[in-house]
Write a protein that binds this ligand. Structure first.
Ligand SMILES: Nc1ncnc2c1ncn2[C@@H]1O[C@H](COP(=O)(O)OP(=O)(O)OP(=O)(O)O)[C@@H](O)[C@H]1O
Ligand SMILES: O=C(O)C[C@@H](O)[C@H](O)C(=O)CO
Length: 330
C-alpha cells in the first residue's frame, strides 16, 4: 500500500511547532548532577524532523517563532544551512526566550530530558502569523502535539490544520507529548483527539496514544478503530526497541522491526524515524518499506550524540537496510 501526494507543490513538507536548543551531556553514562559540559545542537521535535527530511533531500519548510536573541539566531542559521526554508519562522518581539532541553545520558537504556520551557517563544506563535499562501505550497503539514499545549500557539496550529485541509495538504500529526507544558491530562486529551481526528496520518508511541485517550494500557486495535471513524487513513504506533506497527484504514497492518545497534542514547529515535518514514512515503515507497527506512534512520541516530546533527543521509539508511537484509537472507 502506498500514499498518494499532490506532485505539483513547491515544498514536500512544512513542520509547525518548536525549534529550540538541545544541550546534550558530553560526559555521558553519568547522572546530570555530575555532568559538567554539554554540547549545543538545534532541537525540538518538529525542527529535528524538518532538518532530518531536508538532509534526506526533501524540500522542507518551517512555521514557528524564535526568540530575538543569540539562540534564536543560531537556530535560524543552522536550519537555513541544512536547507530548511525558514522564511516563515517569525522573530518574537516581546522578550520570550528559546526553549532549552538538557539531556541526561545515564546509560544507553537510561536517558531522560530536562526541559526549560517557561514563557518560551515557540508557544507565542500567533494565528495571524500562519499564512494560507505558504501552507498551500506543501504536500504535507507536520503538526507537533506540543504546539497545542498553550495559546496562542494552539490556535495557530488549529488554523494551520484548517488551511491544510482546505488546500488538500495532508496533515501528519506527530503526538510528540511533553508533559511539562500541559495544564492537565484532560486538556491534552481534548486537543490531541481533535487534531488526530482531523489528520490524515497519526504517529505516536503507545504511551502517547494513551495520553490522547486519557487511559492507561490502551489497546492498539481499539485506538485505531476509533480514529478510523474520522479522517485518518494511516496510524503508526511505536513501541520503542520492540518496533512499530502501521495500521491502514483498509484493514492492513504492517510491522516495522527495530534494527539493533550500539546505542549511545535513546532520544532522537522518534524524530529520525518520522523523517525517514515521510521521505520514503513521499518517494512512492510502500508502507512496509517506509517502516524500514524509519527504523534504520532511528538506529543510526540512537548510536550518535545528537538528534538533529546526527540525522542520516539516504545512502546511510539504504546501506544499513541492505546490510541487515543480507545477514537475514544468509
Ligand atoms: N534502542 C533502540 N535501538 C534501535 N532502534 C530503536 C531503539 N529505540 C527506538 N528505536 C527505533 O525508533 C523507533 C521509534 O522509537 P520510540 O518508539 O522510542 O519513539 P519515541 O519515543 O518517539 O522516540 P524519542 O525517544 O525520540 O521521543 C522504534 O520504532 C524503533 O524502530
Ligand atoms: O523535542 C525536544 O524538544 C527535545 C529534542 O530535541 C530532543 O533531542 C529529543 O528528546 C528528541 O527525542
Amino acid at each position: 500500500m502506498k500514499l498518494e501526494f499532490d506532485t505539483d507543490r513547491e515544498l514536500d513538507i512544512i513542520a509547525i511547532g518548536r525549534a529550540c536548543i538541545d544541550l546534550n551531556a558530553v560526559e555521558y553514562n553519568r547522572p546530570m548532577e555530575e555532568t559538567m559540559t554539554f554540547k549545543k545542537y538545534v532541537g525540538g521535535s518538529p525542527a529535528n524532523i524538518a532538518i532530518g527530511t531536508s538532509k534526506l533531500g526533501l524540500k522542507a519548510g518551517f512555521i514557528g517563532k524564535l526568540a530575538d536573541d543569540q539562540h534564536g539566531r543560531f537556530i535560524e542559521q543552522y536550519m537555513t544551512g541544512v536547507g530548511v526554508d525558514t522564511s516563515h519562522m517569525v522573530v518574537d518581539k516581546e522578550g520570550h526566550k528559546t526553549g532549552l532541553t538538557f539531556t541526561e545520558i545515564k546509560s544507553p537504556e537510561e536517558c531522560s530530558i530536562l526541559m526549560y520551557r517557561d514563557e518560551v517563544a515557540d508557544l507565542y506563535l500567533d494565528a495571524s502569523e500562519v499564512s494560507e499562501e505558504y501552507i498551500k505550497k506543501a504536500k504535507i503539514l507536520l503538526v507537533s502535539g506540543t504546539a497545542l499545549a498553550k495559546s496562542p500557539s494552539r490556535e495557530a496550529v488549529l488554523k494551520a490544520v484548517q488551511l491544510a485541509k482546505k488546500n488538500d495538504v495532508q496533515v501528519f500529526f506527530e503526538l510528540d507529548y511533553r508533559g511539562y507544558t500541559w495544564a492537565s491530562p484532560e486538556e491534552t486529551s481534548i486537543y490531541y483527539t481533535l487534531v488526530a481526528q482531523n489528520a490524515d496520518v497519526v504517529i505516536g508511541t503507545r504511551d502517547e496514544f494513551d495520553v490522547m485517550e486519557n487511559i492507561e494500557n490502551g489497546n492498539n486495535d481499539e485506538t485505531v478503530n476509533a480514529l478510523f471513524q474520522h479522517s485518518p487513513k494511516l496510524i503508526v504506533i511505536k513501541h520503542g526497541v520492540e518496533g512499530s506497527y502501521a495500521y491502514a484504514k483498509s484493514g492492513d497492518v504492517f510491522r516495522g522491526n527495530a534494527y539493533l545497534t550500539k546505542v549511545l542514547k535513546t532520544f532522537g529515535a522518534g524524530d529520525s524515524y518520522a523523517s525517514a518514514f515521510l521521505y520514503a512515503l513521499l518517494n512512492g515507497k510502500d508502507i512496509e518499506t517506509a517502516l524500514k527506512y524509519g527504523s534504520a534512520s532511528a538506529a543510526i541516530v540512537v548510536s550518535k550524540h545528537s538528534s538533529s546533527e546526527a540525522m542520516p543521509t539516504v545512502k546511510e539508511i539504504e546501506q544499513l537496510i541492505a546490510e541487515r537484509e543480507a545477514v537475514t537472507n544468509q
